[in-house]
Design a protein around this ligand. Sequence first.
Ligand code: DGT
Ligand code: MG
Ligand code: MG
Ligand code: MG
Ligand code: MG
Length: 277
Amino acid sequence: MAKSRFEYVRTYEQDQILLPNTYIVIRLDGRGFHKFSAHYKFTKPNDIRALGLMNKAAFCLMKQISDICGAYGQSDEYSFVLQRRCRLFDRREAKLVSTFASTFTAYYQFYWNEFFPDQPLDATLLPSFDARAVQYPSLTELRHYLSWRQADCHINNLYNTSFWALILKGGETEKEAEHSLMGTNSSDKNELLFSRFGINYNNEDPVFRKGTMLIRDMAKASSATPEPDLKDEMPLQEKSKRQAEREEKRRRKAEIVELHEDIIGDGFWNESSKWLS
Ligand code: DGT
Ligand code: MG
Ligand code: MG
Ligand code: MG
Ligand code: MG
């Protein structure tokens, strides 16, 4: 095809390519959800509808993009883990983060009515998400990354649960509640919840305490369709292409499992080979 004389401007485009053989994590975070959650009257400290909608959007993104092996969400954020050998969009950073953010946002808006039937979205305040990509060289850093996000979930949730109990059950003002919690550690908050409000923090909904981990369970992905043996005389390139297609098919078929459990300790990571590759 003939090129126009304007074509040269393309050379000004610069693709940032993410490093090969690293775990790519793409974290999305709701833009201005402090205001957004107040506008749509999210319940405090946690709104199960809002979390359900986040999980739905994340699940749909995982269904659509089979390179995602797992995802962890809490509050207004979701982190998506790509397989180490992922070649999606030739690992172009801008293409990855913009596609993830816009696709996730599209699903979030599409399913809004299902989770908030009494509160239609209003064009003056629509949900949107930012996105960033981080690369981790080994399983250790990936594990520490996900642990960091779950620890954040725990710390915030314990604080918010205590804060809103003091206000909603204890009749304190926001200022007073803030003052009451000043300088308290975790066990102080657990004790306060129990002695003053009869709340055993450990009995709170795990989706609030632990967040949500979605894994693509490859162990359950039966290679249901028995593949004929690849012909020995087949060219190597053709062979690996066929293998990649087969792998892709398996990933698409695999069940996506939703967990609300500890992802910091060894238990979860001893089983990680079934979703991480
Ligand atoms: P950003 O991310 O810099 O654009 O600003 P924000 O306002 O989104 O800040 P961020 O992401 O640090 O904090 C999340 C906000 O969303 C925080 O103010 C609490 C709110 N939020 C998230 N989930 C819930 C919920 O289930 N219920 C309520 N009431 N608020 C929530
Ligand atoms: Mg922020
Ligand atoms: Mg946010
Ligand atoms: Mg956030
Ligand atoms: Mg295009």
